[in-house]
Design a protein. Structure first.
Ligand code: TXA
Ligand code: MG
Length: 328
């Protein structure tokens, strides 16, 4: 776009080896933007302590600046410098980090994550990713790295370096190519702010696993404005999406589950496994969308396992687009 205010630059594609990681860490320490693989989806990394770097993340994504970012750290010690962990947060961190879990906690007096990354909130979202490349990178940077999903705001999250470039080539400094991300949906977000922990976003760790550790999670309905990733239309392909389809209609591309449709469709998991389906979700949505179908019909997906997160993302992909803020 000629009126695009974001400077067009050359985006480096860095190999996932010692030299590539060192270069990525150097760029991040200089305040540059580097997309990197985590076990969930690719993150658009920038120094979370630098308001300048964080501002360029918002600009590159075209994200509304009221939307706070997750700060990624390499160790529990680093996380405790940023946030205050109550008993529930400490138990969850102990049991599930490194992993696809983000904890929203009150800021610590020693916090280094800048206010802009938190969108001015008195809380901070923290995560230690399980992906080896991500943790090596974070250790080398030695500061929290802000990392929203590395897509244009409102679009489908990237699970391969090529998806990152399709959205952000020329808008970021580099992508560290860590291959295909294994989980495929974003982290589960839990707020631990005193009282029962609240589920803010379903994701790569299923609710049941978290409830085994801290008991029943409080509902987060009233929290929606605090987790703007929960905006109704989000994670959306270009095509219209029809949910719970039992058969394909004329002109539709099919996103199947458990071999229901038959014929020329993409099946998230022919054997009906929600973990496999989560891993395939975003790349299959991109592939179907690329064929410019009239509509994408999606087979019913059960709520167990990672089904809660998959159904959440599909409901947002199918939501009316209109003037929704998530589409900017
Ligand atoms: O798996 C993931 O979580 C990926 C990878 C890259 O780590 N990241 C990701 O980030 O999905 P993002 O920015 O697309 O989503 C972060 C969500 C947003 O919905 C945001 O509103 C919410 O976290 N969030 C961040 N800080 C928050 C806070 N202090 N309170 C409530 N929600 C917060
Ligand atoms: Mg996102």
């Amino acid at each position: 776009m000629s009126d695009d205010p974001v400077k067009v630059m050359k985006t480096l594609r860095l190999r996932d080896d010692a030299a590539g990681q060192a270069e990525a860490a150097r760029l991040l320490r200089e305040g540059k933007l580097v997309a990197f693989a985590t076990e969930t989806v690719y993150g658009l990394g920038g120094d979370a302590t630098s308001p300048g770097a964080v501002a360029s993340i918002y600009a590159a994504k075209g994200r509304p600046s009221f939307n706070p970012l997750i700060a990624h750290v390499a160790t529990l010690e680093a996380a405790r410098r940023e946030g205050l962990f109550d008993a529930a947060a400490a138990r969850l961190a102990e049991a599930l980090w490194p992993g696809p879990l983000t904890l929203v906690v009150p800021v610590a007096p020693t916090i280094t994550v800048c206010e802009l990354a938190r969108a001015g909130l008195a809380t901070v979202a923290l995560r230690i990713p399980a992906h080896e490349t991500a943790r090596a990178l974070l250790a080398a940077v030695g500061r929290p790295v802000a990392g929203p999903s590395a897509n244009r705001s409102g679009q489908v999250s990237p699970v391969e370096a090529g998806h990152v470039l399709a959205d952000l080539d020329g808008r970021i400094d580099a992508v560290l190519d860590g291959g295909r991300t294994p989980v495929g949906v974003e982290s589960t977000i839990v707020a631990c702010l005193g009282g029962a922990p609240k589920l803010l976003r379903s994701g790569g760790i299923e609710r049941g696993r978290i409830e085994e550790i801290v008991g029943p999670l409080a509902s987060a309905d009233e929290e929606k404005t605090l987790a703007p990733g929960m905006l109704a239309s989000h994670y959306a392909p270009d095509a219209v999406v029809r949910l719970n389809a039992l058969a394909l209609e004329e002109g539709e591309a099919g996103l199947d589950f458990g071999a229901r449709f038959g014929g020329r469709v993409l099946d998230l998991s022919p054997r009906g496994d929600t973990v496999e389906a989560a891993a395939n979700l975003y790349s299959f949505l991109r592939r179907l969308d690329a064929a410019r179908p009239r509509r994408i019909a999606v087979a019913p997906i059960p709520m167990h396992g990672l089904g809660e997160a998959i159904n959440d993302r599909l409901a947002r992909a199918a939501a009316p687009r209109g003037s929704g803020a998530a589409r900017v």
